[in-house]
Design a protein around this ligand. Structure first.
Ligand SMILES: Cc1ncc(COP(=O)(O)O)c(C=O)c1O
Length: 369
């Protein structure tokens, strides 16, 4: 069957089963368990939950591996780093990855004796792989949307005995499947496009390595990084529309990127779907479409702020991937090597003509026209 069909049904009850298509969220911290706990499938809410299990089965279909759900993207990131790295290990990390991950490496991993080598997404990762334990990739990177070749890097890492983990948040498992490209682990913030309604935080890690699955589940249990059943159920409730949502959002993002590239008042446009993007050929090979994010530079803070103020449909907010279009001046957070006029724009499900018209009007207003 077509992948879109499999996603619509992933983790839902099958045709032969009676009852609701998707069982409701199970809110139980404890279960009735007389005698030996080993006699019971369900015992305590930090160890397991049937709502998680259905969602993880669905994530497994998307990723082509086994998934473990976490309370947020950062909880998933911490688990993936925590189960693979120990004192003395070397982590090769993108110097331009999501800034909170670099901060986590500096404030947690380095103080416990993990050595971190920072290399940009478009840099030469292979040159610093010797002696490394884990190569972390983020493609497209947030917020610059640079791209690296997962298959090629996974091949180079494998010959040196280095594990590869890919943060797949900006692409989502619908658009890009790192396990098929040779990664050992895929990590994602499901707060973003995968769930797509800007109403919850979640994350997951997926792998084909059974020992890593066991370690990730143990990490979740021991650290308590567990997702809430309501959030997980909402996420699963939203999954059947993923192909529809992303189909429209990615097509609209392509159109917006092309429009922005045609404007002389836009200094640069970052979108892997543009033929001028330095990673376009790689993106064509490893992504189904080019994602919902478009970044661009308006040169100055004043102009970027005027642009954001002039938008009437698109909201000014952080995060990305939701059904509502949002944009923000990314430098307001610090932590990234970007200009003061850099805008990260997340394309939603509105009619694309309305999105482009709003952007056109706001660019004109910011240019004083
Ligand atoms: C690439 C990337 N990874 C991880 C995260 C962390 O996700 P969360 O906010 O769900 O903890 C984010 C959040 O923006 C992100 O952009």
């Amino acid at each position: 069957m077509h992948r879109d069909t499999l996603i619509v049904h992933a983790g839902y009850r099958t045709r032969g089963e009676t009852g609701p298509f998707l069982a409701g969220p199970q809110f139980s911290s404890t279960y009735t368990t007389p005698g030996d706990p080993a006699d019971h499938a369900l015992t305590y809410g930090r160890f397991h939950n049937p709502t998680w299990s259905a969602w993880e089965a669905a994530l497994g279909v998307l990723e082509g591996g086994q998934a473990v759900a976490f309370a947020s993207g950062m909880a998933a990131v911490a688990a993936a780093l925590g189960v693979t790295l120990t004192r003395g290990d070397v982590l090769v990390l993108p110097g331009d990855c999501y800034y909170a991950i670099r901060r986590l490496a500096a404030t947690w991993l380095e103080p416990i004796g993990v050595r971190v080598r920072l290399v940009p997404t478009r840099g030469d990762q292979a040159a610093v792989l010797d002696g490394a334990r884990l190569l972390w990739l983020e493609t497209p990177s947030n917020p610059l949307l640079d791209v690296c070749d997962i298959r090629a890097l996974a091949g180079q890492a494998r010959t040196r005995g280095v594990l590869v983990a890919v943060d797949n948040t900006t692409a989502t498992a619908y658009v890009q499947q790192p396990l098929d490209l040779g990664a050992a682990l895929v990590v994602a913030s499901d707060t973003k496009a995968l769930t797509g309604h800007s109403d919850l935080l979640l994350g997951h890690v997926a792998t084909r390595d059974e020992a890593l699955v066991v370690a990730l589940r143990a990490w979740r249990t021991h650290h308590g990084a567990i997702p809430g059943p309501m959030e997980v159920w909402l996420a699963h409730r939203s999954l059947p529309t993923l192909p529809l949502r992303l189909g429209r959002q990615c097509a609209s993002a392509e159109r917006l990127a092309a429009f922005l590239a045609s404007r002389p008042d836009v200094e640069s446009v970052h979108y892997p779907g543009l033929a001028t993007h330095p990673g376009h050929a790689i993106a064509r090979r490893q992504m189904r479409t080019f994602g919902t994010l478009v970044s661009f530079d308006l040169g100055t803070r004043t102009r970027a702020e005027a642009f954001l103020r002039a938008l009437t449909l698109v909201r000014e907010a952080t995060s990305f991937g939701g059904v509502h279009s949002i944009a923000e001046r990314r430098a307001r957070w610090g932590g990234d090597a970007i200009g003061e006029g850099f805008i990260r724009f997340s394309v939603g499900c509105e009619a694309v003509d309305d999105i482009v018209a709003d952007v056109q009007h706001a660019l004109d207003a910011a240019a004083g026209r």
